[in-house]
Design a protein around this ligand. Structure first.
Ligand code: FES
Length: 191
């Protein structure tokens, strides 16, 4: 009997403490005006915003910054893995060889406008092309026997005019404009 009375008193004290305690329980849910005293119903709980406007703007800002960074990294990676067949912009005139430097049917590698290229000497004159395969940018080689450019990566083939004639390359090799001045062969831009 005395034990049950003690438990009841303790329960009453605890209940009172919950109702009047300064930082816990229902008091914590009161508005500034004191309205809504007591436990809110379900609709009040649902109306309470879970994300403030400030948090929303911060999240949007972070997502935008993250997206822009990801795009920049992806762009740099693609440029590194698949370099352009030729740079954009105007290339300067540059001497790339002497006329007696390349035997008929043969080829000479050179770098023009930061691009690996090949100069070939055919019966009708000199031609030069970017070596960068238009499939996945491996360097093509000149085959003096069959007079084609062959790509070692996926068996792409280009004819002596740089046209893609076999394999996966989707378009011709970039061609370098040439002119002969005396005994000099001069590259002067891209066709
Ligand atoms: S990279 Fe030349 S055929 Fe694929």
């Amino acid at each position: 009997m005395s034990a049950s009375v003690g438990v009841s008193r303790q329960h009453a004290r605890l209940s009172e403490g919950v109702r009047t305690g300064p930082h816990e329980g229902p008091e914590e849910l009161l508005g500034e005006t004191g309205e809504g005293r007591g436990v809110p119903d379900g609709s009040q709980a649902r109306e309470r915003p879970t994300v403030t406007r400030r948090e929303f703007l911060l999240n949007a800002l972070m997502i935008t910054a993250f997206g822009a960074t990801a795009v920049a990294i992806a762009d740099a990676a693609i440029r590194f893995l698949i370099p352009p067949a030729r740079p954009a912009g105007k290339a300067e005139a540059t001497e790339i060889a002497k006329t007696d430097e390349v035997a008929p049917g043969a080829a000479k590698p050179f770098v023009y406008d930061q691009i690996q290229c090949l100069l070939i000497n055919l019966n009708d004159g000199f031609r030069a092309f970017s070596r960068v395969c238009t499939h996945l940018s491996c360097n093509v080689d000149w085959d003096p026997g069959s007079h084609v450019f062959a790509c070692p990566c996926h068996a792409g083939v280009f004819d002596a005019n740089g046209r893609n004639i076999a394999g996966p390359p989707p378009k011709p090799l970039a061609r370098v404009k040439l002119r002969v001045a005396g005994d000099k062969i001069i590259a002067g831009g891209w066709e």
